[in-house]
Design a protein. Structure first.
Length: 301
């Protein structure tokens, strides 16, 4: 009984952590949009509202030694936050402050490749790294996150052919926002690219994590590459399919109190506020301003 209780507590703790990370990503995107309005961003950043479950689910599935590349601009900062890198230097890099080098070094130290400017570069980086892992025979896998419109490209077809032919330890995660034309079925996609295709609800962070983890195990066992298609939404404001609303309701149904969830959200807000203050301070070479803690949940006082 004690073992079962401990396992349940561990699972609940993991689910709360996934929820917290998705909240952090949502808040980072909101902060970046405010910085854009204030004219502080050195270049446009596309927000990933409604796509947090894909970023968090894919990154938490990574094991020690696994690596990730991406061709999706807004996912770079999402993946940084999702694997627990300091947020302040990451935001500072986007507004062009002197913390850029430390943010980049942190990314490299956590097996997350710097943003690739094109699909070919991103997927080639993934396949190249997977080939090195295959030669080393250490069981490490590379994950490449791409957009749905990129799957139909000739570049992707050629890269996939090499990965399938050499049975490389690589997993392609497609963030399918249903914006792309000519989206084919899993069976048709499998027949075209020659590798297993797994579809998953991209609004369910637990499902994304488990699906990517399955593909990682397959690649690590020398069974070759897998394509994971995570179906989600862009600029999502529909409550019933918002990944944060979905995860929150799952936690409430599992017995987590609203007050506990509020505390998780409160800590996420404080974390992002501190990071934003750090980024703005480094821009002018000053010490970060102190950030006021959000008010606690009334029932907790």
């Amino acid at each position: 009984m004690t073992s079962t209780t401990e396992q349940s507590a561990t699972v609940m703790s993991e689910q709360l952590e996934l929820y917290r990370r998705m909240w952090v990503l949502r808040l980072v995107d909101m902060a970046l949009q405010e910085l854009r309005i204030d004219g502080l961003l050195k270049e446009p950043v596309e927000a990933g509202f409604g796509q947090e479950a894909v970023a968090v689910g894919a990154t938490v599935a990574l094991r020690p030694g696994d690596a990730m590349t991406t061709s999706i601009p807004h996912l770079l900062h999402a993946h940084r936050a999702a694997i627990g890198l300091p947020l302040g230097p990451s935001i500072a890099e986007m507004i062009g402050s002197g913390a850029a080098d430390s943010a980049r070094d942190a990314v490299l130290n956590r097996e997350l490749s710097p943003l690739s400017g094109s699909l070919a570069q991103s997927a080639l980086l993934a396949v190249g790294r997977a080939y090195a892992n295959w030669l080393a025979e250490e069981g490490k896998v590379t994950v490449c996150v791409i957009g749905d419109h990129e799957v139909n490209s000739d570049d992707f077809a050629e890269i996939v052919n090499a990965a399938v032919l050499w049975r490389l330890p690589v997993v392609f995660v497609v963030e399918n926002t249903r914006f792309a034309r000519n989206t084919c079925t899993d069976r048709a996609l499998h027949e075209r690219i020659g590798m297993p295709v797994l579809s998953v609800d991209g609004n369910d962070v637990d499902a994304v994590r488990d699906c990517v983890a399955t593909a990682l195990r397959r690649a690590s066992d020398d069974q070759g590459p897998t394509l994971v298609r995570a179906v989600t939404n862009r600029d999502n404001h529909v409550h019933k399919v918002d990944p944060l609303v979905f995860a929150r309701q799952q936690l409430i149904d599992a017995g987590v109190s609203v007050g506990h969830l509020y505390e998780v959200e409160r800590r996420a807000r404080y974390l992002v506020a501190e990071a934003e203050a750090f980024a703005k301070a480094t821009l002018v070479g000053a010490a970060p301003e102190s950030v006021r803690q959000p008010e606690p949940w009334p029932a907790a006082s």
